[in-house]
Design a protein around this ligand. Structure first.
Ligand code: SF4
Length: 335
């Protein structure tokens, strides 16, 4: 079995809240709570969930833009927190991130050549002339050309700005890109163009993607595997073609039932109650106050990951692990 390109093991991210608890103790917002994930070379994993579920925080931990409170991030089997400065510098080139709003992520005062070449300048790679050649090369890779070098971001459309953001992400030849709501701000026709571009680049540059989105149709179209987050935890994960119509976790079932489709026979599951405060998640299964299938045990005992088959994992008391399946069998089965 090969080593995952990236692995998160029981990763948590807790922020100290400005408010104290009832007894005056400091309280914490638990943005990410015990997330374990494996990403294998060349695959696209979709991370889906409501706002505030912890998707973006998980992506930022993977890219090490923020550090986790506890747990471990492994890159090819090595704990990234043990990296020397030299190793960390090399790692930063391999992992890039593309954000939702390209207009906010591109410096409005700088021309496209400056923006796209900035990573090369920071890492002191190539001469000025060579950098310009490389910028033109990646602009062509994303469907633009040398005529864009001297333009400013405000002169471009939303789709063109996102192409520039992608060019900036690939200029260092990364292995892995976190795409955080990367097409959500675009018109549907432009979304399709950008998704096709990302697929082409994945083949050309041998990229692995973590694709974060709240759009289930986009996730199902674009991703090899899906992980569903609720209140900072991954409650279900599996291959897209297997779990698309075979979701097991009551929250994942409700989330996908609300997704607009042309299927008139589909019944929407309406969830009761509010999303709980992540600073004080409910005891036991954090979904139990809203779950129509909750049992007595759900409010007392936290469910563990249950391996239903080689790729399908659910965190719910309704299921039991089938013998022979574990996290070590996932990689074999997605090949
Ligand atoms: Fe519902 Fe219990 Fe499963 Fe949680 S563990 S999703 S409350 S059935």
């Amino acid at each position: 079995m090969s080593t995952p390109l990236l692995e998160l093991d029981k990763v948590q991210k807790h922020y100290k809240s400005n408010r104290s608890s009832f007894l005056g103790k400091p309280s914490y917002v638990k943005a990410v709570n015990s997330v374990s994930l494996r990403l294998f070379e060349g695959e696209t994993l979709g991370l889906v969930g409501e706002s505030g579920s912890g998707k973006s925080t998980t992506g930022q931990i993977i890219a090490q833009l923020i550090s986790q409170t506890s747990g471990t991030v492994f890159y090819k089997g090595s704990d990234v927190t043990t990296f020397t400065n030299k190793q960390m510098k090399a790692w930063r080139k391999k992992v890039q991130i593309v954000f939702q709003d390209p207009y906010a992520s591109l410096n409005p005062k700088k021309k496209i050549e400056w923006i796209v070449s900035e990573p090369l300048v920071i890492h002191r790679i190539r001469t000025k002339v060579e950098r310009r050649e490389k910028v033109v090369e990646v602009l062509e890779d994303v469907g633009l050309d040398a005529s864009y070098l001297h333009r400013y971001p405000h002169e471009l459309s939303g789709g063109q700005r996102q192409r520039v953001a992608i060019a900036t992400a690939i200029i260092l030849n990364p292995e892995f890109i976190v795409i955080d709501e990367g097409v959500s701000a675009l018109d549907v026709s432009v979304q399709a163009q950008i998704l096709n571009l990302l697929k082409q680049l994945q083949n050309k540059y041998k990229l692995t993607y973590l694709f974060i989105s709240h759009d289930l149709n986009v996730i199902q179209y674009f991703c090899d595997r899906i992980a569903v987050m609720y209140l900072g935890e991954i409650v279900e994960q599996g291959r897209t073609d297997l779990i698309g119509s075979n979701l097991k976790h009551p929250y994942a079932q409700a989330l996908f039932s609300a997704n607009p489709t042309v299927d008139e026979n589909k019944t929407q599951i309406v969830l009761g109650g509010e999303v709980p405060n992540s600073g004080t998640p409910p005891a036991g299964c954090p979904f139990h106050p809203r779950c129509a299938k909750a049992m007595e045990t759900c409010s007392s005992f936290k469910p563990s990951d249950v391996h239903l088959n080689q790729t399908h994992v659910v965190r719910c008391h309704l299921y039991k692990t089938i013998e022979g399946n574990s996290k070590d069998t996932i990689e074999e089965a997605i090949r």
